[in-house]
Design a protein. Structure first.
Length: 470
């Protein structure tokens, strides 16, 4: 789509954008930007073969921000009429108190990287047309395991038209699709029940909904259920922990990734504050936050400040290389923004947030990592994590894991916590697998605002963590 589509959608002109920017800087300030959004959301729920709910709604409006050093003035309107937007611009401008003349810059349209494949837009789809897919997904799950008691399948989709303009004259336009499918299954055996949820989410159009995807999710939904019924709570204590590839990356996101966000470091609240250029872990380790993974839930053609999506090495060969910056922190640290200024919607101002966070591949086969452990535990699925950004301490509940005895996977375990300290755990990683997997689940990060993210990790060995068991 060209810029005309977005200008028409929000019923505004380039001269009016320039006028609003000038109003936002009318009392001074170092920067002003405008963020326009038109989003549509749809949802369909199937429970035990019957459609139990469905819905469609829209959201529309614009936010205006004025920066005065590190201070932010922000206001939004659910109308894009000039009267309402002018009032919002005046409200945002109150963060600055000195008059100055705003000089408009020549308008430059920024080019999109085209990271969201969408041959069939969600906004043009008939929601009822996905009922056969959800029914097929349930049928495939039930056919794979006779212990299935209940199946709940949900399809949710959104499509957002975004237009951003700033006091440097940069105009960025983006249409962001996001489709998500979640299935929750309850199994019953011998009077006991176990549950499992599986999800997939992509920045794609309706072409993501295929029988191949249903087959993949169905197989995943029943995998490991025997082990869950057999699992027991093990004896706890200090021990080596092998984290499986893929969804274990949520620990990397929570226990380490947040501590690299530049607002925490700018304010001295992170354990990594002031440590750029320091060695923080093995030279075999590189940790990335990446907005350029095509079709990924965390992909960004532009962040929500109009900065192009990019790949940022937080840790490169064991050295702390970069924080995750929005424009405020980049200015404070005298560096370039990294494309991490993100917001939940036009009602919120942007702050540093992750996108797709993962550890790059090492060189060790995962089976060699497991065989190197005499006594420890293997975990591959976490939930309910808690992290203290300042201290770096974390605790995570383990949903799926196994004992390791003499280099072999043993009895399945459940009802345990993994407890540790993020920087210490990072420094204690002594082996990195060659099997990186980015998990395509419906990960959502909450930091005052909710934004879609993804995570990943190869198999890694942490030489010592606390396992909370018996």
């Amino acid at each position: 789509m060209d810029n005309r589509y977005y200008l028409d959608t929000f019923r505004i002109t380039i001269p009016q954008l320039e006028m609003l920017t000038g109003t936002a800087l009318g009392n001074g300030g170092s920067w002003a930007d405008l963020y326009f959004e038109y989003s549509t959301y749809s949802e369909l729920m199937l429970r035990d073969g019957d459609v139990t709910s469905g819905g469609f709604h829209t959201d529309y409006g614009a936010g205006i921000r004025t920066l005065n050093g590190e201070k932010t003035g922000y206001a939004y309107s659910e109308s894009t009429g000039m009267k309402e937007l002018t009032e919002a611009a005046k409200a945002a401008s109150m963060i600055a108190l000195s008059q100055r003349q705003f000089t408009p810059q020549s308008v430059r349209s920024l080019e999109s990287a085209g990271l969201y494949p969408m041959s069939s837009p969600w906004r043009q789809a008939d929601l009822a047309g996905f009922i056969p897919f959800l029914k097929s997904l349930e049928k495939k799950i039930r056919s794979r395991d006779s212990r299935v008691l209940k199946v709940m399948a949900r399809l949710a989709a959104s499509q957002s038209d975004i237009m951003m303009f700033n006091s440097s004259g940069e105009l960025a336009c983006d249409t962001r699709p996001c489709g998500s499918i979640v299935v929750s299954v309850i199994f019953s055996q011998g009077g006991k029940t176990e549950s499992k949820s599986v999800s997939r989410s992509f920045r794609m159009g309706t072409e993501m909904v295929t029988e191949a995807l249903a087959d993949d999710m169905a197989a995943d939904a029943v995998a490991g259920i025997d082990e869950r019924f057999d699992a027991r709570r093990p004896k706890g204590g200090q021990m080596p922990v092998v984290m499986g590839a893929g969804a274990s990356g949520i620990l990397l996101h929570e226990a380490m990734g947040h501590a690299f966000e530049a607002d925490f470091n700018r304010k001295g609240q992170s354990v990594f504050s002031g440590r750029i250029g320091e060695k923080v872990c093995s030279t075999d380790i590189s940790i990335v936050d990446d907005g350029t993974v095509r079709g990924n839930r965390g992909a960004c053609n532009f962040d929500d400040e109009g900065v192009a999506g990019q790949k940022t090495w937080m840790v490169k060969d064991g050295i702390l290389n970069s924080y995750l910056h929005d424009r405020i922190s980049a200015s404070w640290f005298k560096t370039a923004p990294t494309g991490n200024g993100r917001r939940e919607s036009f009602r919120f101002h942007p702050i540093p947030r992750m996108r797709a966070t993962y550890m790059e591949n090492g060189t060790t086969p995962p089976e060699d990592i497991i065989s190197s452990v005499k006594k420890g535990i293997y975990v591959d699925e976490f939930s309910n994590g808690q992290v203290k950004i300042g201290e770096g301490d974390f605790t995570f509940f383990v949903k799926s894991g196994r004992l390791i005895r003499n280099g072999r996977l043993g009895a399945p375990v459940k009802d345990i916590n993994i407890i540790g300290n993020g920087p210490r755990a990072l420094a204690d990683i002594i082996a990195v697998g060659n099997d990186l997997k980015i998990d395509n689940g419906t990960w959502t990060c909450g930091k005052d605002q909710n934004v879609p993210v993804s995570c990943g990790i190869p198999t890694v060995l942490v030489k010592n963590l606390t396992v909370g068991g018996e």
